[in-house]
Design a protein around this ligand. Structure first.
Ligand SMILES: Cc1ncc(COP(=O)(O)O)c(C=O)c1O
Length: 400
């Protein structure tokens, strides 16, 4: 099919999108043997046994062939309500929860429910690229406010305030952040919440990495503030917490009148979340939570190792130590901080057999960075950094 034909037959809101740099790197990485793989943000551990058993039991008991209620299994929504109270300080009722196809479908449905064509949505840059696409798919205009990298990718509240216009409808961010690993603290989020109340905006939070915070950082859920209940839509997932990427199950929490509108989007998107996965999610919440602490301990150790190894490459990279998630976002300083991140990552892949994601995929201020994932075994980090040390060694042309 020619380009002309394609333009005529495919909607502009989709045809103008380029390929996702994240998936493109993954595809290219698969063409090369024995790659050290630091470019994919999914847990590499297997799903805990009690979660798998929950799914298997539900299948054997004949519970998974049909749809569930659109909002999700009542027992699962009860368990989510208990979890939100225990771990997030959020007082919810089952009627305020929709079980979704991962956090992604919840975010998409939330954005669709809130954003009209031409509306503006404020996001930080760098940020999770899918958020930007979700806004564009809804016909909205992403307004990207740079984080202050020199201060550990701190949120710039003054710049955010200045970015609000009569068309602004929402603020959308993830904490801990993909790709920077920044944990936006309580004071920062309260300032965003105050802006939202002042201007009648929605704050859509993506809390996918809520359990993976380190050092003295604490995860804070903005919906825990009673005065902000009407302004916050919180999106959560089982993907990261329980290594359940392929199960595709998460949930959204919002005030009942908002949930009713998001549910109207959830039906044409999904009807309901996969029922077998909802039973697995129920088993995840009901079972021993030691697996979550184990994952966290592993990611913390891998974060420390990756930082140590990066310290030995300080002629190539500078970095802010991530306080959360299992991702970090070093800046390429070798060429005076003006490196084309796509070319850099392609060279790194082809010449050093190390796969990383180009920073430009995460917004304009992501250029000259790369995203590295530390949700991998220790051996993978050593393999990648041994190769990078040789590649960037003082004797090599890349080391200069
Ligand atoms: C910030 C963030 N939100 C959402 C997702 C996707 O979550 P889910 O698998 O629950 O759709 C990811 C996956 O990488 C992510 O990094």
């Amino acid at each position: 099919m020619s380009g002309m034909e394609r333009r005529g037959r495919i909607a502009k809101r989709v045809s103008r999108f380029g390929k996702s740099a994240i998936h493109e790197m993954t595809r290219l990485s698969k063409e090369i043997d024995d790659v050290a793989f630091l470019s994919w943000a999914k847990p590499t551990s297997d799903t805990p046994e009690h979660v798998k058993e929950g799914a298997i039991r539900a299948i054997r008991d004949g519970l998974t062939a049909g749809y569930s209620e659109t909002l999700g299994l009542p027992a699962l929504r009860e368990a989510i309500v208990a979890k939100l109270a225990r771990d997030n300080g959020v007082r919810a009722t089952p009627g305020e929860i929709i079980v979704t196809v991962g956090a992604i479908e919840g975010l998409s449905a939330a954005v669709m429910a809130v954003v009209d064509p031409g509306d503006e949505v404020i996001l930080p840059t760098p940020t999770y690229s899918t958020h930007i696409r979700q806004v564009e798919l809804a016909g909205g205009k992403p307004v990207l406010v740079p984080l202050i990298e020199a201060d550990g990718f701190r949120w710039d509240i003054a710049a955010t305030r200045a970015a609000v216009t009569p068309r602004t409808r929402a603020i959308l961010y993830c904490t801990p952040s993909n790709p920077t690993g920044t944990v936006f603290d309580e004071a920062t989020q309260l300032a965003l919440g105050a802006l939202a109340r002042q201007h009648g905006l929605m704050v859509i939070t993506d809390e996918a990495y809520e359990y993976f915070v380190y050092d003295d950082h604490r995860h804070f859920s903005l919906a825990s503030v009673p005065d902000l209940r009407e302004n916050v839509i919180g999106c959560y997932t089982f993907t990261k917490t329980y290594a359940m990427t392929g199960y595709r199950v998460g949930y959204v929490h919002a005030a009942p009148d908002v949930i009713a509108h998001i549910a109207k989007v959830h039906i044409p998107f999904a009807i309901c979340a996969p029922v077998v996965s909802q039973y697995a999610a129920l088993a995840a919440l009901a079972g021993d939570q030691a697996c979550v602490a184990d994952f966290r301990a592993h990611y913390l150790a891998m974060r420390n190792l990756m930082c140590e190894r990066l310290d030995r490459l300080d002629h190539v990279f500078e970095y802010a130590r991530p306080g959360g998630s299992y991702l970090m976002f070093p800046k390429i300083v070798r060429d005076g901080g003006k490196t084309d991140s796509k070319t850099f990552c392609l060279d790194l892949l082809r010449e050093a057999r190390v796969s990383a994601t180009p920073g430009v995929a995460f917004g304009p201020t992501g250029e000259s960075h790369l995203r590295l994932s530390f949700c991998v075994p220790e051996s993978e980090i050593h393999k990648a950094f041994d190769r990078m040390e040789a590649y960037f060694s003082a004797g090599s042309p890349r080391g200069r």
